[in-house]
Design a protein around this ligand. Structure first.
Ligand code: NDP
Length: 396
């Protein structure tokens, strides 16, 4: 088996040791799962608008790679709530976390980053969920594909479009599914908004805006690697702006913009932003004349997640738009302002996992494939090219 190593991987492993040495990767607060945020969420049936057909035969068996904040808080609870998927394995650099989580969730097959390739010989793993820092996505995705496993990789797909190309090529060469975990596609309120837009309920779309941001902290380990270019790929646009980008394109039918432009927007003397950008304002010009105007930032309080779809008859305002548990649709115009709740947002995690299991089992394309992740990294690379050159439009 040929192992393809992601560029920069040696540096990123060193970074991990640096963080460990500094005590930055302290044991997780394992109690801080999403069950605390919304106890009613567990065991909630799938939202009616996501009919997932019965999977013939066994549930698909999953390995979770990287037991960090998001994996413990959202991915693992989503796995527990899933109907067609079950967790069999953890891949982690921390035996302590594996033991704690294994005892809690009945998982006993453990791998680390050194013996990871041995998953090839493990018949109890069909799918691998990569929940590592972005700079490690390409290497660990390709190794899993070469081990014969299907891979769902967290967003953003990788540091560069060249890495995304290599991941897609590995999926093709090994005849395995590769998905990017754009959970919003599986979130009931966003799915409802998408249906309303497609049905023409707000008329023709004239303008889209999307704003996403939070305040990044050098004191919290999951934010520390997000400020290091080799582990994060880029700054706020990679991590949080990508929600606005991907969700807007989903609502507009997933067409590629004609051209894009951007300017950086963050305090240049802020020590958090020595390697990655702290904020960016961007515009996507779509065929047909629609503009998507977006922004993302690592300097905002509170956490902001909002999208507005302005139509010729009415507008849909989603605020919050892309959170784990609180998304809502407000319709303004063409009658009184009204709010619609289309289902429990927390079901997006199990919906996504089950949809991927089904696609992998049936060998049918996943709804958010590697090609979509590549498209978004290409767009972000073009946004950076524009911002580096004074905001000039860059054609795609
Ligand atoms: P964390 O830092 O909390 O977790 C990352 C985990 O990766 C660590 O706990 C560690 O797990 C493992 N790891 C391996 N090598 C390194 C390294 N060099 N430095 C740091 N960690 C390392 O990050 P998050 O959970 O916030 O993010 C993980 C992934 O999930 C990212 O791709 C992120 O973009 C994505 N994400 C997606 C969200 C979404 O809504 N879709 C939300 C939040 C994050 P271990 O100790 O087990 O080895």
């Amino acid at each position: 088996m040929t192992r393809k190593t992601a560029p920069g991987i040696h540096e990123t492993n060193l970074d991990r040791r640096r963080l460990l040495a500094a005590g930055a990767l302290a044991p997780l607060a394992l109690g801080a799962t999403r069950a605390l945020a919304a106890p009613e969420a567990h065991g909630t049936p799938l939202a009616g608008n996501f009919p997932i057909p019965d999977l013939p035969g066994e549930k698909m068996r999953w390995a979770i790679v990287g037991l960090g904040n998001f994996a413990v808080g959202e991915v693992i609870p989503g796995m527990i709530d899933a109907q067609h998927s079950r967790m069999t394995s953890f891949v982690s650099g921390s035996p302590g976390k594996q033991a704690d989580l294994g005892a809690r969730y009945g998982v006993s097959r453990f791998y680390n980053y050194e013996n990871y390739d041995q998953i090839a010989n493990d018949p109890e793993i069909d799918c691998v969920y990569i929940v590592l820092p972005v700079g490690l996505h390409a290497e660990y995705t390709i190794r899993a594909l070469e081990a014969g496993k299907h891979v769902l990789c967290e967003k953003p797909m990788a540091n560069t479009s060249a890495e995304c190309d290599a991941m897609i090529a590995a999926a093709k060469a090994n005849n395995r599914q590769l998905g990017v975990a754009y959970r919003v596609h599986f979130e009931p309120n966003n799915a409802q908004a998408k249906r309303m837009i497609a049905n023409g309920d707000i008329g023709d779309i004239r303008f889209v805006s999307c704003d996403h941001g939070f305040n990044a902290s050098l004191d919290w380990p999951p934010h520390v690697w997000r400020l290091q270019k080799d582990l994060a790929g880029g700054g706020s646009m990679y991590d949080i702006g990508i929600y606005g980008l991907n969700t807007s394109l989903m609502m507009l039918g997933d067409e590629m913009p004609v051209d894009v432009s951007a300017t950086y927007s963050y305090p240049r003397d802020d020590v958090r932003f020595l390697e990655v950008e702290g904020g960016i304002d961007f515009r996507l010009r779509m065929a047909g004349g629609i503009t998507v105007s977006g922004s993302s930032s690592y300097c905002w309080s509170p956490y902001i997640s909002s999208q507005r779809y302005v139509g010729s008859k009415a507008s849909i305002f989603m605020k919050p738009a892309t959170t784990y548990d609180r998304n809502a649709i407000v319709i303004e115009g063409n009658g009184p302002t009204r709010e619609i709740g289309a289902g429990n947002p927390l079901t997006q995690f199990q919906n996504q996992i089950d949809a991927f299991s089904l696609a992998a089992k049936a060998n049918t394309p996943h709804r958010t494939p590697g090609e979509m992740g590549l498209r978004d990294i290409r767009i972000i690379e073009a946004l950076y090219r524009s911002a580096d050159n004074g905001g000039i439009p860059v054609k795609l």
